[in-house]
Design a protein around this ligand. Structure first.
Ligand code: HEM
Length: 146
């Protein structure tokens, strides 16, 4: 597949994923204090059900397009400390893999019925911080050098 197509798919995957996480942390968390705890748990369960159906497809597109683009930079990635670009891209990929681990953990809790509000909030906050880092690195790797 051509690079611009991969980049466009990656961007759409990223905006759906990042948009969902930002919505949950910046809007849903703010709404929590106005909603009864049991109602909030219902909302969280409904969100988790929807996420279990939609997000695996988004993840497949996001990570497979990312991996295909990373192949294009394989020479740089073979020496992660040799250039600022390779270092920043390598950190970005590590953060993305950590996000994947969070996602799998969340899915496992959710499927086994062990997702508590506390876990829901912790996972979302952690993924939110990862996303901020990923976006800064994704753009910074082309503009920051040392
Ligand atoms: C949570 C997962 C991920 C998110 C949110 C994410 C997000 C982004 C964003 C926002 C960009 C900038 C795109 C643009 O400027 O048009 C980008 C670029 C890039 N990403 Fe990811 N990404 C993720 C996972 C990955 C993975 C797993 C890889 C590789 C294995 C990867 C490799 C790349 C590469 C090589 C670029 C540079 C593309 C270019 O501008 O030439 N990404 N990513």
């Amino acid at each position: 597949m051509r690079y611009p197509v991969l980049l466009t798919l990656h961007l759409f995957g990223a905006l759906i994923f990042i948009g969902a996480v930002f919505f949950e942390v910046l809007i849903l968390e703010g709404a929590r204090r106005h909603i009864a705890a049991e109602t909030m748990r219902e909302v969280e369960r409904a969100i988790a059900r929807r996420a279990r159906r939609l997000m695996p497809w988004v993840i497949v597109v996001l990570y497979s397009s990312g991996a295909a683009m990373a192949w294009h930079y394989r020479a740089a990635l073979a020496h992660p400390l040799a250039s600022s670009f390779a270092t920043l891209l390598s950190i970005k990929i590590l953060l993305a893999l950590s996000v994947l681990a969070h996602f799998i953990t969340a899915m496992t809790f959710s499927v086994r019925g062990r997702m508590t509000s506390r876990r829901f909030r912790f996972i979302h906050l952690s993924v939110f911080c990862h996303m901020v880092g990923i976006v800064l690195l994704a753009k910074g790797m082309f503009h920051v050098s040392w």
